[in-house]
Design a protein around this ligand. Structure first.
Ligand SMILES: Cc1cc2nc3c(=O)[nH]c(=O)nc-3n(C[C@H](O)[C@H](O)[C@H](O)COP(=O)(O)OP(=O)(O)OC[C@H]3O[C@@H](n4cnc5c(N)ncnc54)[C@H](O)[C@@H]3O)c2cc1C
Length: 376
């Protein structure tokens, strides 16, 4: 074992992005990737890169990180595609936000005011202009706007490419999960891990580690961690396929539709508090299809491919935890809730920079894990 090696627990988009950034800076990494991927948010996510339409009045601290992360995306994808030879489905056609009823108009006005206040670009459009851009939209559309700054990527392709890039750059990937920390005098000395197929845990010596275990951060884990109250927020999306019928991401107040270049259409997303129950629900499927077909009637003709469930990782204040924990050498990167795909490049670049420099990155101050007291 190389004492400079950083052990990264978790192989969702966050753990793999951190691994990739560290490797590109010459830091050796070992990624712990459990074989059971049930509920992994990255595998369910629609892949909207939406700092504008997802901007949240209650979490304005997140907007600079979100905009920085989106700005990094083209280069991030280019580097990963070059290292892996796998394309990641990055598309920049933008998003159309559409109102289907009169009371959606008030929401549209609010969204446009909020974006104007923050200098975010959006262009109000009438129904005819919207249907000129996307002829498959329902004749019921009453108004909307075009948000050129909201893009998309295919999270499954990106994760596969990240895995390949990490291996290509010399990173190790172990089929194992982290179950605790070993410390000496407040300094990390190792991670307790469980290897695939072995019951007994073993201690993997390391001086630096990153916990990027999504909604599972702190679950069944021995050792003092900031009490961020991580919980899973159940989300369900549908995957349909057929001839491509849309170019833009379409959002209404009730549903979003994310078209992939290969003709797949992702319809999302439900959001409920169900703990770690990964089962799909008929009612959620019905609601998603009902709203999707109301916005784009031709969706009824597409072939149904998959319903999938993932756990959005949510902290107590719904902001991410990125940076040093109370234990020297132990870092957290998680809690990206509804926007982890968007926030991956920015979070990973900032965390890797602070780990290499050995000091906190100013941009990460609002997300310091130390804003929560430490619990055992
Ligand atoms: C329905 C839905 C739609 C979404 N749509 C979008 C979207 O359009 N745009 C966007 O930006 N975001 C979206 N998100 C949010 C996004 O998916 C998440 O924020 C992001 O994927 C979180 O990534 P992660 O790597 O932290 O967690 P995950 O992707 O959940 O990965 C965590 C990994 O850690 C592993 N793990 C668990 N325990 C351990 C352990 N003890 N040791 C080692 N590994 C462990 C798990 O197996 C898992 O593979 C969506 C989420 C859902 C559920």
């Amino acid at each position: 074992m190389n004492s400079a090696e950083v052990v990264i627990a978790g192989a969702g988009i966050i753990g793999l992005s951190v691994a990739f950034e560290l490797l590109e800076q010459g830091v050796p990494v070992r990624v712990l990737a459990p074989a059971d991927e049930t509920g992994t948010a990255t595998l369910t996510a629609a892949g909207m890169l939406a700092p504008v339409s997802e901007a949240d009045v209650e979490h304005v601290d997140l907007i600079p990180l979100a905009l920085d992360s989106l700005a990094r995306y083209p280069d991030f994808v280019r580097r990963i595609e070059a290292a892996s030879n796998i394309t990641c489905g990055y598309r920049s056609e933008g998003t159309l936000w559409v109102a289907l009823q009169r009371d959606h108009r008030a929401e549209l006005d609010h969204l446009l005011d909020f974006m104007a206040d923050r200098g975010m670009a959006a262009e109000r459009l009438d129904a005819r202009s919207l249907r000129r851009l996307e002829p498959a939209l329902s004749p019921r559309v009453v108004a909307g706007c075009r948000i050129p700054g909201d893009h998309q990527v295919d999270p499954r392709a990106l994760r596969e490419a990240l895995f390949a890039a990490v291996r290509q750059l010399g990173g190790q990937v172990d089929a194992a999960s982290a179950c605790g920390v070993d410390t000496r005098d407040g300094q990390l000395a190792g991670l307790w891990i469980r290897r695939q197929g072995k019951d007994e845990p073993e201690c993997l010596p390391c001086e630096r580690a990153v916990l990027a275990t999504g909604a599972w951060l702190g679950k069944d884990f021995q050792g003092a961690l900031p009490a961020c109250g991580m919980r899973p927020v159940w989300g369900q999306v549908l995957r349909l396929r057929g001839e491509p019928i849309l170019d833009h991401v379409i959002r209404t107040p009730d549903v979003y539709l994310v078209p992939r270049a290969d003709g797949r259409l992702i319809i999302g997303a439900s959001s409920e508090e169900r703990g770690f129950d990964a089962s799909a629900r008929a009612g959620a499927t019905y609601e998603l299809l009902r709203h999707a077909i109301a916005a784009v009637p031709e969706i009824a003709e597409l072939e149904f491919e998959e319903v999938s469930v993932g756990f959005r990782p949510a902290t107590r204040d719904h902001l991410p935890v990125i940076g040093a924990s109370g234990t020297s050498g132990l870092y957290l990167c998680g809690g990206h809730f509804r926007n982890g795909v968007l926030l991956a490049p920015g979070s990973a670049a900032a965390l890797a920079a602070s780990m290499v420099a050995g000091q906190d990155h100013a941009e990460l101050a609002p997300f310091s894990p130390r804003r929560f007291e430490t619990a055992t």
